[in-house]
Design a protein around this ligand. Structure first.
Ligand code: PRX
Length: 661
């Protein structure tokens, strides 16, 4: 709460410079307001105009928004197009084939440049191979790949043949991968032998083998393996094939599959407050429109001169929209990085910005905060030791940024001259929702400022009524927008009840975050999730997911997971655990905690491992048996319990649970 207080009282305002206004694609607040007004006057016409201008259609659409089956909205539904055509062919056809699409830097520093012509050829070869091997339009292909050009090629090749990809982040465990393979009913997996991060080789193929060995994945007929390291892999003849073998004799051209605007481009699993991760399903046209447009609006991308770098992984939505689809749809040049920000030292980002003359840089607050610490500790890797003069715009995403980190980023990285765009959005929203526009929006550290034109964001109370500015509430979006998710894969009911809850009237999109608008400027400040979703280093995780992983361990009787504010990672996971046996103490407690952490790493993935595990004889419950999470959150922060605990069945356990191991 202290962090939110400091944001709400933030008095520093950074106005755009005249030069920024002059060059920006939406220069100045008047231009911004004109677009906002256009959307308010003729909502459907506004979006249709943009969809015609920014996408290349095989068959033009004749209608914009269809709300007849709300909340299953459709956009541009009778139009046809292909995402990979829009990202690649149209630039090559426009004579831009020699432009660099991707500057790929490996973990060890080796650099590869891939032109649009080359990228298109590689996508076509894999598209042909997939077709030859029986993958058809509408089939689901799971991609479990390292950060690599091949990862982007795999995604675009699926899009080219109309197969729906589902990228699973390379840090998820075999169990998580298995669950996603089953839920998506995937027919093929594209993976790599190993990935390389921070000088270490980490397995991928063997995890795929394990995931397929767990069963339920009989539909997976083939595993295509990109050879990244040449490390040992076990091979199942008939199922496993090398990527370089299957593309070897394929042609460089492949006719795109023209799909309907609403055809599912991809499914991406994300955590919710209940149950298993859900497959967020995105459309082709609406999604791609927003990927392209936000590149131009939020990042003011000049494809002919900018070098864009988004440091996200392709396994997350940010890597989908701002690596695979947005920069390419806009015809820009981007840096893509295999490794981690701290290898060989914590100056790696700054060194790479200098080396590749990056102009627009997009990263997560967690990375900034850890690099601040590193720079404070070692002057040799401080950003001021690098030439960062190429930078002109900085962005952040994934979690709230505290004003101190914002100011450091602005001054130390951006030299005080680059606007910082704090972009609020979600897996479900497809692209940016609330964000400053460089050259237009006056910036306030810690606030994501105002919604993009066409995004009808608002703050409401529990009944769906608007709350006055200055008063906190629930963040909603009042009108369907083209890039929004279309459904939860295989679970339309969960889509409907989860995102358009009846309590709010059934027609407001519920983001799941709390927000407050400044009473003078109307600027939004995001106050964090209002459900049981944690945000650790910008990674989204459900407390229920971690709890079910813990109780699946043979020693565990009961578990409750909460978040604790953390200076670097935003939130840290704290688990309160009751064992089936007596409460462990001392060295034994530590040993069991380590065992449970490793277990969660296996069940979900290393990112879900609790930072802190505490054991009690019981959990604090009300007489009616409800776990008192608010109390646990206080204990996790090391606070003294001041609230009334008279309803607690057994107040004595609070002392046990307050004790860190
Ligand atoms: O809580 C919000 C937070 O991240 C959540 C979405 O997570 P995910 O779907 O994984 O997407 C992350 C990348 C878009 C949101 O519900 N969040 C995201 N961006 C911001 C943010 N919180 C505050 N400020 C942001 N800029």
């Amino acid at each position: 709460m202290a962090a939110i207080e400091s944001v709400l009282n933030e008095a520093r305002v950074f106005e755009p410079s005249a030069e920024q206004m002059a060059r920006a694609s939406i220069g100045g607040m008047d231009a911004y307001r004109a677009l906002v007004d256009e959307a308010a006057r003729d909502y459907e016409g506004f979006w249709s105009r943009l969809a015609k201008q920014h996408l290349s259609w095989h068959k033009p659409f004749t209608r914009g928004l269809d709300e007849s089956n709300a909340p299953f909205y459709t956009w541009f539904a009778d139009g046809q197009l292909n995402a990979s055509y829009n990202c690649l062919d149209r630039h090559v056809e426009a004579g831009l084939g020699e432009r660099t699409a991707i500057i790929f830097e490996r973990d060890d520093g080796e650099v590869q440049r891939v032109s649009y012509r080359e990228l298109l050829a590689r996508v076509c070869r894999l598209a042909n191979a997939l077709r030859a091997r029986g993958v058809r339009k509408g089939d689901r292909v799971v991609i479990y790949m390292p950060m690599s050009v091949e990862g982007v090629v795999a995604m675009q090749a699926c899009a080219r043949i109309g197969a729906t990809h589902s990228v699973v982040f390379g840090g998820f465990s075999s169990k998580s991968l298995n669950e996603r393979l089953i839920d998506a009913q995937a027919v093929a997996v594209i993976t790599a032998d190993e990935q390389v991060r921070g000088g270490k080789r980490l397995p991928l193929k063997s995890i795929v083998d394990e995931a397929l060995g767990m069963g339920g994945t009989e539909a997976v007929a083939q595993v295509i393996v990109y050879q990244r390291t040449g490390g040992d892999v076990t091979w199942q003849a008939g199922r496993d094939v090398w990527l370089h073998d299957v593309v070897a004799d394929q042609a460089d051209t492949a006719e795109p599959e023209w799909v309907d605007a609403e055809h599912p481009l991809f499914i991406l699993y994300t955590s919710g407050s209940t149950g298993k991760p859900k497959g967020v399903q995105h459309s082709t046209a609406g999604y791609l429109l927003w990927a392209e447009l936000t590149m131009r609006w939020t990042f003011d991308l000049r494809p002919e001169s900018d070098v864009f770098w988004c440091t996200a992984d392709i396994g997350w939505i940010t890597g989908h929209t701002y690596i695979c689809y947005g920069p390419t749809a806009a015809g820009g040049t981007q840096v893509m990085f295999e490794g981690v920000p701290t290898y060989p030292n914590a100056g790696r980002f700054w060194e790479m910005i200098q080396r590749h003359q990056v102009t627009v840089f997009y990263t997560a607050p967690t990375a900034i905060r850890s690099l601040i610490k590193a720079a404070d500790a070692d002057e040799a890797i401080h950003p001021r030791r690098y030439d960062l003069s190429s930078l002109r715009i900085l962005g952040t995403v994934g979690e709230p940024i505290n004003p101190e980190a914002w100011i450091w980023y602005h001054e130390q990285v951006g030299g005080g001259r680059c606007p910082v765009v704090d972009t609020f959005w979600q897996t479900e929203t497809g692209g940016h929702m609330i964000t400053p526009l460089p050259g237009a929006t006056p910036l306030v550290p810690g606030s994501c400022t105002l919604p993009l034109p066409g995004i009808m964001a608002a703050v409401v109370d529990e009944t769906g009524q608007d709350v006055p500015n200055g008063q906190g509430g629930i963040l909603v979006v009042k009108r369907p927008w083209p890039a929004m998710l279309r459904t939860v894969w295989g679970n339309p009911e969960r889509y409907k009840s989860g995102y358009f809850p009846a309590e709010l009237g059934g027609n407001l999109y519920l983001a799941g975050d709390g927000a407050v608008r400044n009473d003078k400027t109307g600027y939004f400040t995001i106050m964090g999730r209002i459900d049981d979703v944690l945000n650790v280093s910008g990674h989204r995780m459900g407390t229920m997911e971690i709890e079910s992983a813990l109780v699946a361990h043979e020693l565990v009787a009961e578990a409750a997971v909460v978040g604790r504010p953390d200076e670097t990672t935003g939130e840290a996971i704290v688990a309160f655990v009751v064992l089936k046996r007596s409460r462990p103490e001392g060295a034994e407690a530590k040993q069991i905690a380590d065992q449970l952490r490793a277990w969660v790493g296996k069940e979900i993935g290393p990112i879900a491992k609790p930072r802190d595990i505490r054991f009690g004889d019981n959990l604090p419950k009300t007489r009616s048996g409800k776990i008192m999470r608010r109390l646990l959150r206080g204990l996790a922060k090391g606070e003294q319990v001041t609230q009334d605990t008279s309803t607690l069945e057994n107040p004595a356990i609070l002392d046990q649970l307050g004790e860190a191991i």
